[in-house]
Design a protein around this ligand. Structure first.
Ligand code: FAD
Length: 443
């Protein structure tokens, strides 16, 4: 038997159920990645990260006697073509949730049927596969996080699978060259790959003790920064969750809970695949206004509200933004400027190394009040948020150098500084807000 393992966003050899099953059941295994030009266009940062993942995966497969076959084009057509070339009788694939990925799975299933090739889908993209825990009655999906989280925590998680020691490729198979590494846009972005992800996970397990206290502190930078490795499957979310569960304390428990949020949005997306374009809760999706100038100020980190600008500049510099800053900047765009959440989502999606349909859309909709929030009318006051989560202004000064000379928390409201000081700052006054600006300019 010959089986093709089609890698998509499970770019690892550890705890990879599709790869492990193929190696257990077939004499010859063909690891394949197809570069889809459609997905390539989205984000230079993620293209770069992806290429680093592929190089690392190829090295790991070579160390096991195999290789990574790389093709470019439509993933379905290329996979079926290769199946013909190597006379494969099976294809193994990790199951995914986005609308695009589901349509791809559907097309592949139809082609496999036509060519009499067996297609098997495997878990591994989440800790608990979407649909495996359901609300009482067994129908539908969870719409609210807390009951989902309780069911998720007590569910029986699958057993991790072993990394194959040796993988036998068919003879005379041309693996193909990896395309040249594209340039990312963010100079301080992390490098992709399973090896780097596992190294960072190991280091993080020694640091996550105070996570519960520090994860909201903008300046402390006390989160794992593992999101991009989870996004591309360089790390198995189950491996990460199991490893953290083995550490005692409130910090590890709070961290595992965040992985529960990830699974939560995956099961929402599985049930509602148009989540990136369509409001989940129609009633919340009302009168967004179009204002290209305000949008450009927000994108460029020039709103004149320091904590918002710091977040937006961190995004560009690192291809990542602290979760608290994502909440503040997204709330500012939707609830203060009154701009459409889809515009914010697209900008994040262009820059984030961890940019992911389920998490990006689920969180944007949560903030905009169109999603899975039980308090859809909440809005974050950026000044209060800044004073609470960047108490001394360290985060703002790190990313907004124009304000580096302003000490302490005064940095959060430069419009209150004496005129003589303000005149020397090369920093804009606050952008006029669409909705009552008094709310956030209030001392
Ligand atoms: P940690 O705090 O160390 O958390 C561990 C892991 O849990 C993360 O790596 C992530 O996989 C998961 N996680 C944490 N918080 C959330 C959350 N709120 N929702 C879902 N999963 C979570 N996360 C993405 O992975 N991709 C996105 O495209 C994305 N877009 C977002 C957009 C907005 C507007 C907001 C408010 C949040 C978004 N998030 C997104 C969630 C969160 O901000 C990031 O996962 C987190 O900041 C990543 O940093 P970390 O790995 O250090 O997180």
């Amino acid at each position: 038997r010959t089986v093709i393992v089609l890698f998509t966003r499970d770019l690892r050899v550890h705890d990879n159920p599709a790869l492990a099953a193929a190696c257990a059941n077939a004499e010859r295994v063909v690891p394949l990645f197809v570069l889809d030009p459609h997905l390539r266009a989205f984000s230079p940062n993620r293209s770069r990260f992806l290429h680093q993942c592929l190089a690392d995966l190829r090295a790991s497969l070579r160390a096991r006697g195999a290789d990574l076959v790389v093709r470019e084009g439509d993933p379905v057509a290329e996979t079926v073509r290769l199946a013909g070339e190597v006379e494969a009788d099976g294809i193994a694939l990790a199951q995914d949730v986005s609308g695009y990925a589901r349509r791809r799975e559907g097309r592949l299933a139809r082609e496999c049927e036509r060519h009499r090739i067996s297609l098997r889908l495997f878990p591994g993209t989440t800790v608990v596969p979407p649909g495996e825990v359901r609300p009482a009655g067994g129908q539908g999906h969870y719409k609210v996080f807390s009951p989902y989280h309780r069911a998720w925590e007590s569910a029986k998680w699958r057993d991790e699978v072993a990394t194959p020691a040796r993988i036998l490729l068919p003879d005379d198979l041309a693996a193909g060259r990896l395309p040249a590494l594209p340039g990312g846009e963010s100079p301080q972005a992390v490098a992709g790959g399973e090896t780097e992800g596992l190294r960072r996970l190991k280091a993080w397990l020694r640091q996550l003790g105070p996570y519960d206290d520090l994860h909201d502190d903008l300046a402390a930078d006390g989160t794992s920064r593992l999101s991009a490795y989870l996004r591309f499957g360089c790390l198995s979310p189950l491996t990460v969750a199991n490893a953290a569960r083995e550490v005692d304390g409130a910090g590890p428990a709070a961290f595992v809970r965040q992985l529960g949020w990830r699974d939560f949005y995956y099961q929402v997306t599985h049930a509602f695949p148009t989540i990136s374009t369509e409001a989940y809760r129609k009633a919340g999706d009302t009168d967004w206004r179009g204002d290209p100038d305000a949008l450009a100020h927000w994108q460029d980190g020039l709103t004149g509200v320091p904590v918002v600008d710091a977040g937006m500049r961190q995004l560009r510099a690192e291809g990542w933004m602290h979760n608290r800053a994502r909440l503040i900047t997204a709330s500012f765009l939707t609830k203060h400027l009154g701009l459409d959440w889809r515009d914010g989502l697209k900008w994040f999606f262009r820059w984030l190394n961890d940019g992911d349909v389920a998490n990006n859309s689920g969180n944007w909709q949560w903030v905009a009040g169109t999603g899975n929030d039980t308090k859809p009318y909440r809005r974050f006051n950026p000044i209060r948020q800044a004073e609470r989560f960047d108490h001394d202004g360290v985060y703002v000064r790190r990313y907004v150098p124009e304000l580096a000379s302003i000490a302490g928390k005064a940095v959060h409201q430069p419009w209150r500084l004496p005129d003589t000081v303000r005149a020397r700052l090369d920093y804009p006054g606050p952008l006029e807000s669409h909705r009552d600006e008094a709310v956030w300019l209030r001392p």
